[in-house]
Design a protein around this ligand. Structure first.
Ligand code: AN7
Length: 337
């Protein structure tokens, strides 16, 4: 499968011959969700962004941001992150032969993401502060030093991420009424809207934030955001105005879902659809279940990250294992339970 710069070069700011840092990102599966469709009374598809090379949609944006940084001659890329951006930046930096530096809120990122950033060889800085503070600091740092900032304040990130909208329009032959998407720093929803507009599509955008980290819903920044969905534990989104403009222009909405609703949707996806996403991703489905399809007949929920990213939350919610001695009678009892 070609990477997304190869697939969509005609719609991206890259010329033939420009350096391309790619690992076959994009072209992710779009699968039907029969149980969810029945539950909400509409046709629902799931876009499995957790199947990207590092397990999240960030790879689309990072492919473009790191390729552009390489073209500009940068030697170091940096980002603030709740985890997935860090994993992705670390991987693409490694592949580009650049230094990767990531700043994450100490103790607040999922284990799998931390392992990824470290194994890819990034310099991982654990900040005694939250994501919003980390982003403010890296922005200042990138102003002072010749370091490429690869958060979604970097327009190349949005260029890469808009390609998911192209894929949806192609696969559903333009027949898409609504898109449900989790919202943190609000880069992804902004990117989808850009992509839809570029191909003349305008599905309604339904964004969902976690109740304890819902600045766009409240209309003001949240100083101490809290949610089980650590990926979207963000209190002051960088793409605030653009995201709100996209919700308005698409006749959509941004609304909140509780942690309990997120975890219920997350478990429903695993048990009924056989799809294991990370908690933040399930906010899209939680929102669809809570608020209904709002008149839309065909909807896509974007599952932004892979469930394997956050084994701790998974194990703390899932049932326990059944201990068993290595004897047929014990195994029989355990299996037939
Ligand atoms: C799984 O990694 O912000 O609204 O630093 O990891 O574009 O921020 C992650 C965000 C949704 C929200 N789902 O997307 C980071 C980071 C998952 C995520 C979002 C994130 P944006």
């Amino acid at each position: 499968m070609p990477g997304l710069i190869e697939r969509y070069r005609h719609r991206l700011p890259f010329e033939d011959g420009d350096p391309v840092v790619s690992m076959g990102e994009g072209s992710t599966p779009l699968v039907q969700a029969p149980a969810l469709s029945e539950r909400v009374g509409a046709s629902v598809w799931l876009k499995l962004e957790g199947l990207n090379p590092t397990g999240s949609f960030k790879d689309r944006g990072m492919c473009c941001a790191v390729s552009a940084a390489l073209r500009e001659g940068s030697e170091t890329v940096i980002c603030a992150s709740t985890g997935n951006t860090a994993a992705s930046a670390a991987a693409y930096a490694a592949r580009a032969g650049m230094r990767g530096v990531v700043i994450v809120p100490e103790g607040k990122i999922a284990t799998g993401k931390l392992a990824q950033a470290l194994v890819y060889g990034a310099r991982v800085i654990a900040l005694q502060g939250n994501f919003d503070e980390a982003l403010t600091l890296v922005r200042e740092l990138a102003d002072r030093h010749p370091i490429a900032l690869v958060n979604s304040v970097n327009d190349f990130r949005l260029e890469g991420q808009k390609t998911a909208a192209f894929e949806l329009v192609e696969e559903l032959a333009g027949e898409l009424d609504g898109l449900c998407i989790p919202v943190g720093n609000a880069g992804n929803v902004t990117a989808y809207w850009k992509g839809f507009q570029e191909v003349g599509a305008s599905p309604r955008l339904f964004g969902f934030q976690a109740e304890g980290a819902a600045p766009l819903v409240l209309g003001h920044p949240v100083e101490k955001p809290e949610t089980v969905a650590s990926a979207i534990r963000i209190g002051n989104p960088a793409r605030w105005e653009e995201a709100m403009a996209a919700f308005t222009a698409s006749r959509g909405q941004v609304r909140a879902v509780s942690d309990e609703e997120i975890l219920e949707a997350w478990e429903f996806l695993a048990r009924r659809e056989g799809i294991f996403c990370e908690p933040a991703s399930a906010a899209s489905v939680a929102g669809l279940i809570k608020y209904g399809p709002d008149g839309c007949e065909r909807l896509v929920c974007v599952l932004t990250g892979n469930g394997l990213k956050d084994p701790d939350t998974a194990l703390s919610r899932a049932g326990g294992v059944i201990p068993c001695t290595a004897e047929i009678s014990a195994v029989e009892a355990a299996v037939l339970g």
